[in-house]
Design a protein around this ligand. Structure first.
Ligand SMILES: NC(=O)c1ccc[n+]([C@@H]2O[C@H](COP(=O)([O-])OP(=O)(O)OC[C@H]3O[C@@H](n4cnc5c(N)ncnc54)[C@H](OP(=O)(O)O)[C@@H]3O)[C@@H](O)[C@H]2O)c1
Length: 430
């Protein structure tokens, strides 16, 4: 029989455990598709004796994950520990340095250090694979880098964080407030005890920076992604969105514009009829626009043991078959240096919800500020009358520049008739 491909796995949590299970359960088809068996021969985790739910007996164990690349018996290093620095980064660098293919599910590592790791991998001719890092089980890296590689991509966008999508879906379906839904999501294991990475949009921004690098053939540029999470989304905005024919989704959007590449993560009002508006719960979806293929949408599970293992094992099969593609789809010398466009230059339509004192002249003050800043209104909605009390007023703008909208918002927020911070949500075409 052909000699197995020997794999060392650092990290035996949700994803590491899933990879071990999948390689055992589907050993026959994995071996057929890889052209040789794939065998995990060494593992490491922080807490050695903890029960992992997968048999690790008979495998070499390392307390120091960094020892693995120097083990001559390990041919491929798989990093499933997490974190953009520390052991994960050290392992990536050591692995590439020693010429061993490196597979990871770690979007934080790639978003922050992807440009330098890709350069090192190219110099040494070492595969660096990361299908599991974006949208879990959805093969979006392969789709963008290989399946759509003949196209000029004008935009890639998606629901990239299942926790946020679950919370937004619950807000809409149950009509409850954000803090209650978040607490339930934590109890159910859909949100971490410290949920900030997810709900503040950082996780989605890591993934978007990777998608943008692949779509536009330029090194990953996380620091230019505009990030705004979902903490401020309230039940009243969800209800207004429904009334106006929209769904609120946290989207990551990367677009080629005349000025350069725009990358942003923020809550969006998406027309309820758009396919992506109907992607609910913990599901993820990615939409890409290519000049020849048109619009492509991929949907599936973006996290969890099975979906993420599916992506890691696909990378291992590629490595066993010697199928190697440059990290960002083209060699370093052929990558683009298109500039990043700041959010202030973004042009779009906006939903603005104010809580204003119900008395004559208040709306005139608000619309005068918008007029002064060159922001034109498409519609206005006021519900209920409660003289002297705060009532919600919703304004929907025509296309306007973000910088003008922000300046108008600062002035509106300073009016003494505006009772709380205005809610601003960008509207997308879907
Ligand atoms: N979970 C998902 O659905 C998912 C989806 C896509 C991508 N990812 C990515 O996959 C990676 C792993 O995620 P996960 O959910 O599997 O995490 P996890 O369940 O927390 O597991 C992490 C594993 O890494 C080990 N570990 C952490 N620091 C270590 C260190 N310094 N030295 C040795 N071992 C260490 C942990 O050891 P102990 O068990 O001893 O603590 C644990 O076994 C992350 O980069 C994550 O972003 C996860």
């Amino acid at each position: 029989m052909t000699r197995p491909l020997s794999v060392g796995v650092a990290g035996l949590g949700t994803v590491g455990g899933g990879v071990l299970k999948m390689l055992r359960t589907n050993a026959d088809i994995v071996s057929a598709r890889a052209g040789r068996p794939i065998a995990v021969t060494a593992v490491s985790a922080r807490d050695r004796p903890r029960e992992r739910g997968v048999p690790v007996g008979g495998l070499r164990r390392y307390d120091d994950p960094g020892a693995r690349p120097t083990d001559p018996a390990v041919e491929v290093v798989v990093e499933l520990m997490g974190g953009s620095e520390g052991p994960a980064l050290a392992l990536a660098e050591a692995s590439i340095q020693t010429g061993k293919p490196f597979v990871t599910a770690n979007k934080a590592l790639l978003a922050v250090h992807g440009a330098s790791l890709a350069r090192a991998a190219e110099e040494r001719g070492v595969p660096l694979a990361f299908e599991a890092a974006v949208a879990g089980g959805i093969p979006v890296i392969k789709a963008l880098r290989e399946g759509l590689s003949g196209n000029r991509i004008s935009a890639v966008a998606g629901i990239l964080n299942g926790t946020c999508n679950y919370i937004l879906t619950q807000l809409r379906e149950r009509g409850r407030e954000f803090s209650d839904v978040l607490a339930d999501a934590q109890k159910l294991g859909y949100a971490e005890a410290d949920p900030s990475f997810d709900i503040d949009g950082i996780d989605a921004a890591h993934k978007l920076s990777i998608l943008a690098a692949l779509a536009f053939g330029r090194p990953v540029a996380f620091k230019y992604v505009h990030v705004d999470g979902i903490r401020h989304i309230s039940a009243v905005d969800i209800a207004f969105a429904t009334e106006l024919g929209y769904r609120i989704k946290l989207l990551g959007i990367a677009r080629q514009t005349e000025a350069g590449i725009e990358t942003r993560v923020h809550p969006c009002m998406v027309p309820a009829s758009a396919p992506i508006a109907r992607v609910d719960g913990v599901f993820n979806a990615v939409v890409a626009e290519g000049d020849f293929v048109g619009r492509v949408m991929l949907e599936g599970r973006g996290a969890g043991e099975g979906p993420t293992a599916s992506a890691v094992v696909a990378d291992l099969i590629d490595i066993a078959r010697n199928r190697v593609t440059p990290v960002w789809g083209a060699a370093g010398a052929a990558l683009s240096s298109a500039p990043s466009v700041p959010m202030s230059a973004h042009i779009g339509c906006y939903y603005l919800r104010l809580m204003v004192v119900d008395r004559p002249g208040v709306i005139a003050d608000v619309t005068a500020i918008l007029r002064d800043m060159g922001v034109s209104l498409e519609s206005m909605l006021q519900r209920g009358r409660s003289p002297g009390e705060a009532v919600p007023v919703v304004l929907v703008t025509h296309e306007t520049r973000e910088s003008a909208m922000r300046a108008a918002l600062d002035r509106i927020a300073a009016l003494d008739t505006v009772m709380e911070a205005p809610a601003l949500i960008r509207i997308v075409a879907g």
